[in-house]
Ligand binder design. Structure first.
Ligand SMILES: Cc1cc2nc3c(=O)[nH]c(=O)nc-3n(C[C@H](O)[C@H](O)[C@H](O)COP(=O)(O)OP(=O)(O)OC[C@H]3O[C@@H](n4cnc5c(N)ncnc54)[C@H](O)[C@@H]3O)c2cc1C
Length: 353
């Protein structure tokens, strides 16, 4: 394999890491990386943090891979033929491969009704650039979804002094961080003026263009700015007809194989039967997929139990499997023991064994 052609579909963290790892493991053949995003390869985590604050951050996002001698195809993959071992791009070019690594990630889950205009989501640099000026002028905001992304967007609203309501069926970050940390975050959010509305069923968007949400109680809330942060959907439509993906994404084993190789938000571990679409997992899986594509034993596990977010000025770092059960076993403060969730405190939650 070391002289042959590896094709990587997806040019974000999983795709770039896979290309880097192929070279690190001695692959001397061609690598083609096919990426659909017009802005190329860039980091997503800052999009909901530094990028919402200032355009200065835009210039710091790019992933560099110029030293890797990678052929970059800036066009979406639209089909794969596993028998002929080709990927076809929107440009119409069939690209042959000896090994295919799929790292096409995910897109934002949208909840607007068919034809309903004006739904705002946050997945890409373009999304962040659409949202940022809206934050400059909004006088009220609603965020649908109290996961880490929704709470980061709510944090951006608080930082700008915009009254914000967060709507979800679950308490903030409950599914990822568990009850204890979710309770701390809710208390902090409410103290900073965030209105948390916990519903019995999912809210729907109202207005065309979108101007608010309808709650299951029948109540309608309206705001200048409504942002949907309702999870993500794996980018697998281009694999139609290959039987590689199901509704969860591409099922992979511990070697990140299926009958090709896959990594990152597009994939889920068969054993766990669920996706874990976080940055560190994308890196871990890309490294494993690259090794497997070269016929080498995996260099590590296909998961990396590390997750971070930044809510209302507090960096939260979790080491260990999610969700976090119970209270963290250790709380680190930089100097004196401030109460949890006060500015500058880093909480390190370690999963009780
Ligand atoms: C706003 C935001 C903030 C986040 N913050 C955090 C955080 O704080 N901590 C954390 O752990 N995780 C965070 N994440 C999650 C993390 O960014 C993802 O887990 C990570 O980006 C997954 O990487 P990936 O390469 O698998 O997929 P993606 O980043 O989704 O990249 C997939 C790439 O494939 C391309 N692509 C898609 N379809 C095709 C196609 N058919 N042909 C060619 N290319 C295609 C896309 O354009 C994209 O460039 C955040 C995500 C978002 C959106």
């Amino acid at each position: 394999m070391s002289e042959r052609h590896a094709v990587v579909v997806g040019a974000s963290i999983a795709g770039v890491t896979a290309a880097r790892e192929l070279r690190a493991l001695g692959h001397r053949g061609a690598i083609t990386m096919i990426g659909a995003d017009p802005h190329g390869s860039y980091a997503r985590p800052p999009l909901s943090k530094a990028v919402l604050k200032s355009s200065v951050a835009d210039a710091t996002l790019g992933y560099r891979f110029d030293v890797l001698d990678v052929i970059s195809a800036r066009s979406a993959a639209v089909a794969a033929d596993l028998d002929r071992r080709t990927v076809v791009t929107a440009d119409g070019d069939p690209i042959s491969y000896d090994a295919l690594i799929i790292a096409s990630g995910a897109e934002a889950r949208r909840i607007a009704a068919p034809g309903q205009r004006g739904e705002l989501v946050l997945r890409t640099l373009d999304d962040a650039r659409t949202l940022r000026p809206r934050l400059d002028t909004a006088t009220s905001a609603i965020v649908v979804g109290a996961g880490f992304l929704g709470m980061e967007v709510a944090s951006a609203c608080v930082a700008r002094g915009i009254p914000v309501t967060v709507v979800d069926v679950d308490p903030p970050l409950h599914t990822v961080l568990g009850s204890y940390l979710s309770g701390l975050i809710s208390a902090r959010a409410e103290k900073q003026g965030v209105r948390i509305v916990q519903t019995t069923e999912f809210a729907t968007l109202v207005g065309d263009p979108v101007s608010g949400v309808a709650l299951p109680s029948g109540e309608e809330l309206t705001a200048d700015l409504v942002v949907t942060c309702a999870g993500d959907v794996p980018n697998t439509s281009w694999l139609a007809g290959t039987a590689l993906a199901d509704h969860n994404g591409i099922p992979i084993d511990d070697a990140c194989t299926t009958n090709v190789y896959a990594a990152g938000d597009v994939a889920y571990l068969r054993a766990a039967k669920k996706r874990a679409p976080f940055w560190s997992n994308a890196v871990a899986q890309a490294k494993v997929a690259a090794a497997s594509a070269l016929g080498l034993p995996p260099t590590g596990a296909p998961t990396d139990d590390y997750f971070w977010t930044e809510i209302l000025g507090v960096p939260i770092k979790v080491i260990g499997p999610l969700p976090v059960l119970g209270a963290p076993t250790e709380i680190q403060a930089p100097s004196k023991p401030d109460p949890p969730c006060s500015p500058g405190v880093t909480m390190q939650a370690v999963q009780p064994s």
